[in-house]
Structures are given as structure tokens and as C-alpha cells.
Design a protein around this ligand. Structure first.
Ligand code: NAI
Length: 466
């Protein structure tokens, strides 16, 4: 067996810590440097805490809207302090779990800020001073940070970043959300369910730009139904405090107007985080701030790897973890590379949205002829029994080969249902493969089977004209 390699992983988010654990499993010597908390943005101030709050909003909504089932809940109240404590408990358990896993695998964790001083050395500054670590390989997994727009510096008091929005002292009366993307809509819809009046300001002509248009229409309808105000083609310009609250000045079609609220949340995207790492001095090839890599996750200096948000779009935890596994395998001498056909995306709006693979437009841009099938949750007995019949599953298939190219979903539990679609695309499945697979009844995945049938106008539980 070859000598274990000595690897420094910078950043302990879902890309870095997964990479470190896999390196240890493969017999390598690993040191992880983390400047804040194990688990990174995802576990501490991103995916996990937001989904906890969103689950609470969904439960409250369900309890308050179950009259059709004969359930009337009186005096339902929300204790914000308890909610935040519960959410923080989940974060604590998971980050503690990551710490335990790293320790049990024999990885060393150093809390401090890393700077890459040469191809084989990293300087760590911590409360105990500076130390230099010499190593064979370096993995950069430093993630990303929220973008600030002029006039809306995050003070986490009047102007929240997504981090501030996850630890409210109270539920805002009127929340203005700048940016109708992933975070803006997830948080905006969650606060609406917890009782806030919500206004979303979106620069583009529609919310969730880039997502499947038919899916977004369902979200737009839901926003309208919940009386969430959405101002599109609107740019937030500035804000000031006056006796009435926070007055946000916006520009729409060249005209200026104001919106008064008591809380602002700015979610206009994220950017790669590499402050203080010394990447320029090192001469690493960058692309708009992201570190360029090949499929083995190697940067322009082959023994330095980059994984996760810092290595490029899509900035999603599961894509980062996959890259972390690849980098670890390559460092351990395995012939591996990142060759995923698709990365599923899930958005915890109400209803949820999820997609994987190509939209019709993207497939046609690639010169492919498509056939599309769609099946509504309204025709699913399971969806009816859950009282969540909004939405559909849409399958985009190659008209020539019947291969599944993309699946787009909006509706109940679609963030779970998308897993079958991702597997189908990875395995090169056809819509016939999905249609011929027996799906248990009565379950939501039957909607996927019927959507596959509907590609050839053969869905049984809706009438399709030939
Ligand atoms: P985003 O890119 O999804 O959305 C930002 C939105 O802000 C866009 O719609 C953009 O048009 C709009 N915008 C930009 N400048 C504006 C301005 N001055 N005024 C008004 N609107 C403006 O970014 P977001 O929501 O901050 O999320 C960042 C990333 O975090 C996502 O791209 C995603 O990768 C990740 N994320 C993933 C989640 C998930 O997987 N469920 C949940 C939340 C975030």
C-alpha cells in the first residue's frame, strides 16, 4: 500500500467535511481548518435551519386550514423563542454529529482562518496564534457568502441577510424581501405562513427566473392566493427609518415609489468566498471569482483541489458533497471524476418545487426534439387525502429515443419525489421504463408513473386526446 497522503481541507461545510471523512475512510491523513462552525452555511445558517422553520410554517398553516377535514383548532399560537430554540437544537445535533464523525474517523480539526502560502503549505491563524501546516494536497472548500447590494448593507437588525432571517426575535408585521429567487421565496412564503404581511421585490419580469415556467405559474398563483405582494421588474434602491417604520424606495419602469415595512430581507444571490486565502498570489485560475477545476476537481495547480460553492454553479450542498467525494477518491489514487448527468434542485416554497435535467427550451437549444408528458396532483387520491392537490409532474423526453431528459415538479413532497427522476436520468431510463415500473398505491410517486404514461397520451387517470 502506498504512503498515506497528508491533506489539508479548508472549510467544513457539506463539501469539505464530506471530503475529509471520505479521505479518512480511504486511509489518508486529514486536517480540517474551519473558521466558524462545523457544517458550514448548510447546517448552521442555510438548508437545515431554514427547512426547520419552513416545516413549522407549514404545520401552522395546515392546522389553521383543516376545517374541510372537520378539524378546527382554536387558540393556536406561536412562541417564536421556542421555535428558534427548537431549530437551534436540530442545528446543534447535526453539527455535533459532524464533529463526532470527523473525530471517529481520525481527522484533526483546527478552528482558525487558513491562508495558502505555497503549493504544499497552509498558514492557520487562530486564537492561539499562527501555525504552518505542511501537506501533500490541499482541498479548498470555503463556500460562498450572500451578495450585498448598494444601500442595503446587512446589519442583521433592520436589514437581514438569510442568516438574520433564521433567528428572528419576533415575527415581522410587514417583511420586504429583496430578490424573488430560491431564498427570497422560501423565506418570504415561510414568514407569510407565520403571520407576516410580505412584499417581494424582484428585478426580473417573474420570480424564480430560470425555473420551468409552468411550475413557476403555480407558485405565482399560490403567492397571489396567500396575499403575498410581488413587485416584478422592481429594483430596491435605498431605505430609511422614519416614525412609520422602514421606508424602502424602489424603482419600477423608471418610476420611483416607496414601500413601508418593519423588516427588510435581502436575498439577491450568493458569491464565492475566498477572502484571505491568497488565491491570486498563488496564481490559481479563477472564473468570475470561482476556482476553476477539471473533472477530477483539480485546480490549475494539480495538488490543490476545489469543491463546493467555491468551485462553481450550481451552489447546492449535494453538488458540493459529490465533488468532495470525487476529490477524496482522486487524492487517494483512484481513477474517479465528476460525471454526474444531472444535479437535482429543490425549492421549499409552498407548494414545493423541484427539477432535474433539461427544460423543453434547454433541450431544444441543444437541437433535441422533445415530447412532454404532464400529470396533475389533483388526479391523485393520495394528494387529495393530504389536501395538497396543487401542481403537477412534467416529464421532458427525447422524441427520438424516449429517454428522460428532464423532470419538473411542483406540488406536495416534490422535493422528495425528485430523487426517482434523478435516478432515471442517471440510468438513461426511458419514459417507458418509468411507466412499466410498478409504483405503490396510494402514493404520490404514482404521479411520476402517470406523467411518464402521459408522454405517449396513455395516462389512465386523466383523459388525454390522441
Ligand atoms: P437566487 O439567484 O436564487 O435569486 C436572487 C434573485 O434576486 C433573482 O431572482 C434576481 O433576479 C433577484 N435580484 C437580484 N438583484 C436584485 C435587486 N437589486 N432587486 C431585486 N431583485 C434582485 O439567489 P438566492 O435566493 O439569494 O439564493 C442563493 C443561492 O443559494 C441559490 O442560487 C441556491 O444555489 C442556494 N440556495 C438553495 C436552496 C435550496 O436548494 N433549496 C435554498 C436557498 C438557497
Amino acid at each position: 500500500m502506498s504512503q498515506p497522503r497528508n491533506v489539508v481541507v479548508i472549510g467544513a461545510g457539506p463539501a469539505g467535511y464530506v471530503c475529509a471523512i471520505r479521505l479518512a475512510q480511504l486511509g489518508q491523513k486529514v486536517t480540517v481548518i474551519e473558521k466558524e462552525a462545523l457544517g458550514g452555511t448548510c447546517l448552521n445558517v442555510g438548508c437545515i435551519p431554514s427547512k426547520a422553520l419552513i416545516a413549522a410554517g407549514a404545520l401552522l398553516h395546515k392546522v389553521q386550514n383543516a376545517q374541510a377535514m372537520g378539524i378546527t383548532a382554536k387558540d393556536v399560537s406561536l412562541d417564536v423563542g421556542q421555535l428558534v430554540e427548537w431549530k437551534q437544537g436540530i442545528v446543534g445535533k447535526l453539527t455535533g454529529g459532524v464533529g463526532g464523525l470527523l473525530k471517529n474517523h481520525g481527522a484533526t480539526v483546527i478552528y482558525g482562518t487558513a491562508s495558502i502560502t505555497s503549493k504544499t503549505s497552509v498558514e492557520v491563524t487562530s486564537s492561539e496564534g499562527k501555525q504552518t501546516l505542511n501537506c501533500d494536497d490541499i482541498v479548498i472548500a470555503t463556500g460562498s457568502e450572500p451578495i450585498e447590494i448598494p444601500g442595503f448593507a446587512f446589519d442583521e437588525d433592520n436589514v437581514w441577510s438569510s442568516t438574520g432571517a433564521l433567528r428572528p426575535d419576533s415575527i415581522p408585521k410587514h417583511l420586504v424581501v429583496i430578490g424573488g429567487g430560491y431564498i427570497g421565496l422560501e423565506m418570504g412564503m415561510m414568514y407569510r405562513r407565520l403571520g407576516s404581511e410580505v412584499t417581494v421585490l424582484e428585478a426580473s419580469p417573474r420570480v424564480l427566473p430560470g425555473q420551468d415556467e409552468d411550475c413557476v405559474k403555480i407558485i405565482q398563483r399560490s403567492l397571489k392566493k396567500s396575499k403575498t405582494k410581488v413587485m416584478t421588474e422592481t429594483f430596491a434602491k435605498s431605505w430609511k427609518k422614519d416614525a412609520g417604520g422602514l421606508v424602502v424606495t424602489v424603482e419600477k419602469n423608471g418610476k420611483t415609489e416607496t414601500v413601508t415595512c418593519d423588516q427588510i430581507l435581502s436575498t439577491v444571490g450568493r458569491k464565492p468566498y475566498s477572502a484571505g486565502l491568497g488565491l491570486e498570489k498563488l496564481g490559481l485560475e479563477l472564473n468570475r471569482g470561482f476556482v476553476s477545476t477539471n473533472k477530477k476537481m483539480q485546480t490549475s495547480i494539480p495538488n490543490i483541489y476545489a469543491v463546493g460553492d467555491i468551485a462553481g454553479q450550481p451552489m447546492l450542498a449535494h453538488k458540493g458533497s459529490k465533488e468532495g467525494l470525487i476529490a477524496a477518491a482522486v487524492i487517494a489514487g483512484q481513477n474517479d471524476e465528476y460525471d454526474a448527468k444531472c444535479v437535482p434542485a429543490v425549492i421549499f416554497t409552498a407548494p414545493e418545487m423541484a427539477s432535474v435535467g433539461l427544460t423543453v427550451e434547454q433541450a431544444e437549444e441543444q437541437g433535441l426534439k422533445t415530447r412532454v408528458g404532464q400529470f396533475p396532483f389533483a388526479a391523485s387520491g393520495r394528494a387529495m387525502s393530504l389536501m395538497e392537490t396543487e401542481g403537477f409532474i412534467k416529464i421532458v423526453a427525447d422524441a427520438k429515443t424516449d429517454e428522460v431528459l428532464g423532470v419538473h415538479m411542483v406540488g406536495p413532497e416534490v422535493t422528495e419525489l425528485i430523487a426517482e427522476a434523478a435516478l432515471a436520468i442517471e440510468m438513461g431510463a426511458t419514459t417507458e421504463d418509468i411507466a412499466r415500473t410498478i409504483h405503490a398505491h396510494p402514493t404520490l410517486p404514482e404521479v411520476m408513473m402517470e406523467a411518464a404514461e402521459s408522454v405517449h397520451n396513455m395516462a389512465v387517470h386523466i383523459f388525454q386526446k390522441k
